[in-house]
Design a protein around this ligand. Structure first.
Ligand code: FA5
Length: 335
């Protein structure tokens, strides 16, 4: 009898080892400890044990029952707590590191720039990606049939709206809404119907800046640009300013950055020139101010259109723009 009781206990211990499911555990508990369970059946035989041995066997039976009850209660508790048994818990095992995502490099750089501009009193605005021909072109002093429209390969929609070709679409919208003085930046996606290569994508990010106030001049523009670049790169970078034509600024400039992918030696990103076109800019054309309802005799301003995706490429030395939106985790995990 004693041997049978001990066997029952060790068999039960063996059976509960792998159990993670509360229903299976309940069934097993019933099998061993239920009214008609294995222990109860075994104890019916106690009447056949010699009278003098009964107290000893009775005590062993009580201990087996107590131990079985303890094992089942403990397992029930741990399964109910986290759905898993903690009988095998090994505190010396290394922890499980869960993989969590992180910000896209584009988002990270955008956040840095937004912070830097907020400190200079600029407000961050969002705007429509699907835009009317008026705000994308006409309001910016680019009338219908003006050749400047051809410089931005456009996705035209059937209703004569466009996928905005630049974030400059917000210039007149913002002036109409907030008037002067105004300080704002408008980060967001722009779309061009052009063939892609190492430095051109059909969908990319720009970050527009617009400041309108009294007596604004090129000196203000250059100071803000320098502050922006030192925030992003945290180091000296070489830039050059050259004349550039955009109908909505006068005078207009192109700010190029010495290619950081090849250190100016020439590569596909800079088209072997050593320089990357980064940020066209200039003083806001009086017509644009007037279109926004701002008196151009009283106010002047500057605007710039930073190629945010290109800036990210320079910062992280990315040699193909298409990698950024490829969704390739092998690429993204590097940041
Ligand atoms: C413009 O889009 C003007 N709206 C910029 C501007 C704003 C001028 C305010 C003056 C005042 P542009 O087409 O050059 O200009 O584009 C600006 C920047 O966007 C480029 O210097 C480049 O960095 C980036 N860019 C342009 N096309 C692409 C493209 N297909 N892929 C990636 N980046 C691009």
């Amino acid at each position: 009898m004693e041997a049978k009781l001990k066997k029952l206990l060790s068999q039960a211990k063996e059976e509960v080892k792998e159990i993670k499911d509360s229903q299976i555990l309940a069934d097993l508990k019933n099998k061993y400890l239920g009214r008609k369970g294995d222990l109860a059946v075994l104890l019916k035989d106690i009447k056949n044990v010699a009278t003098e041995e009964r107290p000893v066997i009775g005590q062993i039976a009580n201990e087996v029952k107590k131990e079985l009850t303890h094992i089942f209660n403990k397992l029930e508790h741990s399964i109910n707590q986290d759905g898993a048994s903690d009988l095998d818990f090994d505190p010396t095992m290394p922890g499980v590191k869960r993989e969590i995502g992180h910000l896209h490099p584009n988002t990270r750089v955008q956040a840095e720039i937004e912070k830097a501009f907020a400190q200079m009193g600029f407000v961050v605005f969002d705007g429509p990606e699907l835009e009317s021909e008026y705000y994308n072109f006409t309001a910016l002093n680019i009338p219908e049939d003006h050749p400047a429209r051809d410089t931005q390969d456009t996705f035209w929609l059937e209703d004569n709206n466009v996928l905005r070709t630049h974030t400059s679409n917000l210039q007149v919208r913002m002036l109409e809404k907030y008037g002067a003085p105004f300080r704002g930046i408008f980060p967001g996606r722009a779309f061009r119907n052009e063939s892609t290569d190492a430095s051109h994508d059909h969908t990319f990010y720009q970050l527009e800046g617009l400041l309108v106030d009294k007596n604004i001049n090129i000196g203000h523009l250059i100071a803000v640009m320098k502050s922006l670049l030192s925030t992003v790169f945290q180091a000296e970078v070489t830039v050059r300013l050259r004349p550039g034509f955009f109908p909505f600024v006068e005078p207009g400039f192109e700010m190029d950055i010495k290619c950081l992918v090849c250190e100016g030696l020439g590569c596909p990103v800079c088209k072997q020139s050593g320089w990357v076109e980064l940020m066209p800019c200039g003083l806001v054309h009086p017509k644009v101010l007037e279109n926004g309802g701002v008196n151009s005799q009283e106010y002047s301003g500057f605007a710039f259109g930073l190629g945010l995706t290109r800036l990210v490429m320079m910062k992280y030395k990315i040699n193909d723009i298409r990698l950024l939106q490829s969704g390739d985790l092998r690429f993204l995990r590097q940041f």
